[in-house]
Design a protein around this ligand. Structure first.
Ligand code: MN
Length: 234
């Protein structure tokens, strides 16, 4: 059998592999899964009605093809209350299970700036009914993301400003050092639940100040040392 005949043949055209650009490189970072941390900044946990002293952070997922590199966020279906959440994104370069905290950063390829767009009205209903969050979190174009910066170039940011402006007005502001779970703890904990794979992303939670956007708004998100993105709502 030659290589050509061994190649899989699909009944329908497969979807493209979701991928992030890597700053300063022509290579792409292929994305496997997108994990997100909930309530990882105490002040945001409080604004969402939680108590950071009683609840530990937790995880949910978006779909890899929800990543949005277009600079445009199309206002989604089925919601009238869509919120921004600026987050640092951790990109996993080597996988594993039950990774110790002390070794966790060795698994990181790099970092990016992301926005965890959220249909807050649908999330509120899901919480009320004790249903999962997919409809609130895992919808089309819901994960605007910057290019990745390799850890080999920028190190592992654990302190520095994280903020988001809407139309030039500061809405969210925090510091990476306010994260309840730092990157090593997230990686270690996640790897005890799932097999982390190269290409996994972790959206690491948002500082306080989340709020709604409207069509025509421009979001500008920034993480010190990692980068920034601008996204127009259409
Ligand atoms: Mn979030």
């Amino acid at each position: 059998m030659n290589a050509e005949s061994a190649a899989p043949r699909y009944a329908i055209e497969p979807q493209p592999i979701p991928a992030l650009p890597i700053a300063g490189s022509e290579l792409l970072f292929p994305v496997h899964r997108v994990y997100c941390v909930g309530r990882n900044y105490a002040a945001h946990a409080v604004e969402m009605g939680g108590d950071p002293n009683r609840e530990t952070p937790f995880f949910f997922q978006k779909n890899p093809d929800n990543l949005n590199l277009t600079g445009v966020f199309p206002y989604p279906l089925a919601s009238k209350d869509v919120h921004f959440e600026v987050e640092m994104v951790v990109a996993i370069g080597t996988g594993g299970t039950e990774i110790p905290v002390a070794a966790a950063l060795d698994h990181v390829f790099g970092y990016a700036v992301g926005i965890d767009m959220t249909r807050r009205d649908l999330q509120a209903r899901a919480k009320e009914l004790q249903r999962p969050w997919e409809v609130a979190k895992a919808f089309e174009a819901s994960a605007p993301c910057s290019a990745l910066k390799p850890a080999g170039e920028i190190g592992h940011p654990s302190t520095g400003a994280i903020w988001l402006d809407v139309n030039g007005a500061r809405k969210q502001t925090g510091d990476l050092n306010q994260m309840i779970w730092k990157a090593p703890e997230m990686i270690s904990y996640l790897s005890g639940l799932f097999t982390l794979q190269p290409g996994d992303l972790i959206f690491s939670g948002t500082p306080s100040g989340v709020g709604a956007i409207m069509r025509g708004d421009v979001m500008h998100a920034h993480v010190d040392g990692v980068g920034e993105i601008e996204v127009r709502v259409e």
